[in-house]
Ligand binder design. Structure first.
Ligand SMILES: Cc1cc2nc3c(=O)[nH]c(=O)nc-3n(C[C@H](O)[C@H](O)[C@H](O)COP(=O)(O)OP(=O)(O)OC[C@H]3O[C@@H](n4cnc5c(N)ncnc54)[C@H](O)[C@@H]3O)c2cc1C
Ligand SMILES: NC(=O)c1ccc[n+]([C@@H]2O[C@H](COP(=O)([O-])OP(=O)(O)OC[C@H]3O[C@@H](n4cnc5c(N)ncnc54)[C@H](O)[C@@H]3O)[C@@H](O)[C@H]2O)c1
Length: 478
């Protein structure tokens, strides 16, 4: 068996792996990236996750806008051609694949091995019977969808994120199981494309990791589009290909009819095939044991991305990659810290969250002020018809210099993911809320809401003493 020696080997070429591998190659190191196949380069994000879901959401939004154009006299008839919708998704993926494939990586100076990597020693892996040695090895092998395991499941037309973006026929009735980000994004997209969607969730709300008030507003908007929700319930078993017996937590049961199911009930980590024990990497509770620097129990082997068992986002995987890169080159080691992380659920309206939430602030005994703003009187929300929207911010106590900072927040609004970007910057860079208050926003950009919420907060702090001081100053200086 030949042995090839590398400065760094990266197993898995998705969001996390690419961040590490590409930088190391650019910095002049000898890098090997491993991917199961050429098409798997780009990982879940390109192939089965962010990119196809956002492309399908784009098509579904066009279909929805066409439908509501009837309110203004433009009636559109006909059905979405799902094959064309899927082709649009493929088309977008191929554009990105132009810079996420083996040939392109090789042009960037990265060696690529296609096949399944397995560990055969403390710093050795094997791919297709070729041995590779890495001074450092990064495991960036991602996650995969949890399978629904209930009796009769083999009878139904079953989709998850690995198959839905290849769908050939639009199911008339789609049962979405799970109301996390995957279930909720797909539920709205498929409903807008023309399926009649019912979501079943075994908890009592949607998007359990987000603020409940805002998630409830989103729920209301989705119900208005005709999506039905069943809470506190589980599919007990499938009676036939189109019939499910559903059990509620209170013991009652119900029969549901559907043509296909889409399952989004969480992710699982799969590292069994890697043979981690050969490299001295410990596993506990189905997770790879890691320290705060993302090191495994083998100090030259690291985890990056979903496989780290932390937050599962593409940008979280990239963030892990940046932590590793920093720590490879700097004596000042960075720890994994999600205090400034953000995420967006790409429904319409979007639900965006960043920084610390109320639970985290309370757990850490950080004093904060919670300020809220609805969009009822926001001119942009009025003209664009989203007065239902809402935002919540957590502001620090100002201290003696009254430098109030944004500790975290969340927003439900169309394009909330874009609107909150300046709040994320203020949060990450520890800017005072005055950086938002003093900005001059072009009228009527949607992000003026960020200034409104701060302005309302400042008005609230106009105490009688401050009013008296202002009165005196006015008399003297005006
Ligand atoms: C439907 C859906 C929508 C999503 N939308 C978003 C979104 O909008 N925004 C967002 O930030 N996140 C989103 N995510 C999450 C995001 O896709 C993941 O968090 C991200 O892709 C994780 O990156 P990663 O590098 O950890 O793993 P991946 O990108 O999954 O890459 C892992 C790679 O490792 C390969 N691999 C595994 N084992 C081996 C082995 N033994 N040898 C060789 N290769 C191996 C896999 O084939 C894969 O190519 C979404 C996920 C899903 C499922
Ligand atoms: N826009 C984005 O950034 C985006 C989009 C999609 C996915 N993601 C990432 O992917 C991860 C996985 O998403 P997900 O939605 O699969 O997972 P999740 O764990 O967030 O949500 C799954 C939901 O399914 C419910 N559930 C579990 N088993 C069930 C059952 N048998 N019947 C009914 N409900 C059941 C759970 O209570 C949970 O609320 C997310 O946490 C996120 O990190 C991100």
């Amino acid at each position: 068996m030949t042995n090839k020696i590398y400065d760094i080997i990266v197993i898995g070429s998705g969001s996390g792996g690419l961040t590490v591998g590409l930088f190391m190659a650019k910095a002049g190191f000898k890098v090997l990236m491993v991917s199961k196949t050429d098409k798997d380069i780009g990982g879940d994000c390109l192939n089965d996750g962010c990119v196809p879901s956002k492309a399908l959401i784009h098509v579904s939004r066009i279909a929805h806008d066409a439908k509501i154009a009837a309110n203004f006299g433009l009636s559109v008839s006909g059905k979405v051609d799902i094959k064309k919708a899927v082709n649009y998704v493929y088309d977008r993926q191929e554009i990105i694949r132009e810079h996420e494939n083996a040939g392109w990586l090789q042009e960037q100076g990265v060696d690529v091995a296609l096949g399944n990597a397995i560990f055969i020693g403390k710093s050795e892996i094997e791919v297709n019977e070729i041995k590779y040695t890495g001074k450092k090895i990064v495991i960036a092998t991602g996650s995969r969808p949890k399978k629904l395991k209930v009796p009769g499941v083999e009878k139904v037309t079953y989709y998850d994120n690995e198959s839905i973006f290849h769908i050939n026929d639009l199911p008339e009735k789609l049962l979405v199981i799970g109301a996390g980000p995957i279930g909720i994004e797909i539920a709205q997209a498929m409903n807008r494309l023309g399926s009649k969607v019912t979501v079943i969730q075994h908890g009592n709300r949607i998007l359990a990791h987000d603020d409940e008030t805002l998630a409830d507003i989103l729920l209301e908007q989705m119900r208005k589009e005709g999506i039905e929700f069943i809470f506190n319930a589980d599919v007990d078993h499938f009676i036939s290909p189109g019939k499910a017996s559903v059990k509620f937590k209170d013991g009652k049961s119900e029969i549901l009819y559907f043509d296909a199911v889409f399952v989004g009930i969480g992710r699982e980590l799969d590292f069994g095939a890697l043979q981690l024990d050969k490299a001295g990497i410990a596993v506990e509770d189905n997770r790879i044991v890691k320290d705060k620097y993302l090191r495994t129990t083998n100090k030259n082997i690291f985890v990056c991305g979903d496989i780290a068992g932390d937050l599962m986002f593409s940008h979280a995987a990239e963030f892990h990659g940046r932590i590793l890169l920093n720590n490879f080159f700097s004596p000042l080691k960075k720890e994994l810290n999600n205090d400034h992380l953000s995420w967006v659920t790409f429904t319409d309206p979007e639900l965006a969250s960043f920084g610390l939430n109320e639970k985290q602030l309370n757990e850490r005994n950080i004093s904060y002020k919670k300020i809220e703003q609805n969009f009822k009187e926001d001119d942009r929300a009025v003209v664009d018809n989203y007065q239902y929207a809402k935002t919540i911010l957590f502001i620090s106590e100002g201290g003696i210099f009254n430098k109030e900072r944004i500790l975290g927040g969340t927003m439900l609004a169309p394009h909330a993911g874009e609107i909150i970007q300046e709040l994320i910057l203020a949060n990450t860079s520890k800017l005072s809320v005055n950086s938002i208050f003093n900005k001059i926003y072009p009228y009527p950009v949607a992000s003026r809401i960020n200034q409104q919420i701060i302005a309302k907060h400042k008005e609230g702090s106009l105490t009688n003493t401050i009013k008296k001081l202002l009165n005196t100053a006015y008399k003297i200086f005006s």
